[in-house]
Design a binder for this molecule. Structure first.
Ligand code: GUN
Ligand code: ZN
Length: 431
């Protein structure tokens, strides 16, 4: 049997960012498209009939009018929060203390970490997500658990040991030195091994002393190929707390900048309540902002100003922020991003939403040459969207005048029932 497979259906391709160029000029849906997969990679994308004629020995899978899109890339999640997603009634700091920290303490048990890592990857793949950038817990083995689970599934994962040396329970605190040592050992074990990528991970400034931030800044300088992920300006109470904890800092971003934790490979989650100086610095260094819209609503944080940040050409990724976010679904997350932008007077097009959830997030992870778009050479990480997955969506599609209108209905109302299949490194999760 040939190692080649052709997926036939409607294909979504990008030639640029629909935030930099009108979407009509850089995003296309080919109603008779095809994707040729060879091994783990995409070998060609084009007209389905032409691909079949050129590769007659290939296995063909016809998805009819389904939309073939790049696998979703979730640029900020906390896999250890899988089992406590949708916990009621708290805002950020109380939510962390009441629900999050007790759950993260359970990860002292390596078997529990392995169980949740596997559960999380299986859940997210069923929702069409093929790459995740995730926090772990303070336990180094929680990072091993996620990378190992991803490795056995052939999947790309960005992860890092969450570092906290203050303002957290005793059993969830490390030190500046142990955070440095453990993170360094994990980088040696995982960074660049297969599809694993390491992100140095200070949780956020309130849970790290200046000494710990400095140690992690030094580690990043020693390993500039690594990513760095953290939280920034999520809620007003948190920002006031940061001001008390770091009286010398000009603003929240400065608590990272002053310790070597601001850079182009930095991922700053939430970033809702930024000062003008912070926006200017992020635009200057091209640090990436990660938009977590279901979380921002669920924990009552506010609405990220995506139109303003996109206008400054700051790289923006999209993320669930599981389990502050209330869904594992990047479709639901795109819908929330649409609603958040409406609060800022902008109606994002379906092409822009899909770009954020795929190529945009891939770009924030500096992985755009491997994932996030259907182009030759990228991994065959592909999601197949059924555009009529439920009765409410199908009756809307009956009225729709274009594939974009139908696609928007699935973005706004779809869930895991819309995921016909997910392909990871050339393998279908359904077969
Ligand atoms: N800030 C610090 N830690 C967290 C977390 O786990 N979730 C969210 N949403 N914000 C945070
Ligand atoms: Zn988070």
């Amino acid at each position: 049997m040939s190692d080649k497979t052709i997926l036939l259906g409607q294909t979504l391709t990008f030639t640029g960012s629909p935030f930099e160029t009108p979407w009509q000029d850089c995003v296309r849906i080919d109603s008779a498209g095809g994707v040729l997969i060879e091994g783990a990679r995409i070998a060609a994308v084009g007209n389905g009939t032409a691909l079949k004629a050129a590769h007659p020995q290939s296995r063909c899978i016809s998805y009819g009018n389904d939309l073939i899109v790049p696998g979703f890339v979730d640029a900020h999640a906390h896999y250890p929060q899988t089992a406590m997603i949708a916990s009621w009634g708290k805002r950020l700091i109380d939510w962390l203390n009441t629900y999050t920290f007790p759950e993260e303490a359970r990860f002292a048990d390596p078997a529990y970490a392995a169980d949740i890592a596997a559960r999380y990857l299986d859940l997210t793949r069923a929702h069409g997500t093929t790459t995740i950038a995730s926090y772990s817990t303070i336990h180094p083995h929680s990072v091993d658990a996620l990378f190992a689970a991803a490795q056995s599934r052939g999947q790309s994962v960005v992860a890092g040991k969450t570092c906290m040396d203050r303002n957290a329970p005793d059993d969830l605190r490390d030190t500046a030195q142990s955070a440095y040592d453990d993170s360094k050992a994990l980088i040696a074990r995982w960074q660049g091994k297969g599809r694993a990528r390491y992100a140095i991970t200070p949780r956020f400034s309130p849970t790290s002393t200046p000494e710990q931030l400095s140690a992690l800044g030094a580690l990043w300088a020693e390993h500039p190929d690594c990513l760095m992920q953290t939280h920034l300006s999520e809620q007003p109470d948190e920002i006031a707390w940061v001001r008390d904890l770091f009286p010398q800092a000009r603003d929240y971003l400065d608590t990272y900048e002053a310790h070597g934790l601001l850079g182009a490979r930095g991922l700053y989650g939430h970033a809702i309540h930024l000062e003008p100086r912070e926006v200017d610095r992020l635009a200057e260094v091209r640090g990436a902002l990660v938009h977590c819209p279901t979380s921002n609503s669920f924990i009552g944080s506010g609405q990220f100003d995506l139109p303003r940040m996109a206008a400054r050409q700051i790289p923006i990724g999209l993320a669930t922020d599981t389990g502050g976010g209330s869904s594992f679904s990047m479709l639901r997350t795109m819908a929330a991003a649409y609603e958040a932008a409406q609060h800022h007077g902008t109606a994002l097009h379906a092409a822009q939403l899909l770009w954020l959830a795929t190529a945009g997030s891939a770009r924030t992870l500096h992985m755009e040459h491997e994932i996030g778009s259907l182009v030759k050479g990228n991994y065959a990480d592909i999601t197949i969207l059924d555009l009529e997955s439920t009765t409410p969506i199908a009756q809307r599609v009956n009225r729709s005048g274009s594939v974009w209108e139908s696609t928007f209905a699935t973005i706004m109302m779809g869930d895991d029932r819309a995921i016909r299949d997910t392909w990871i490194a050339g393998n279908s999760i359904k077969s």
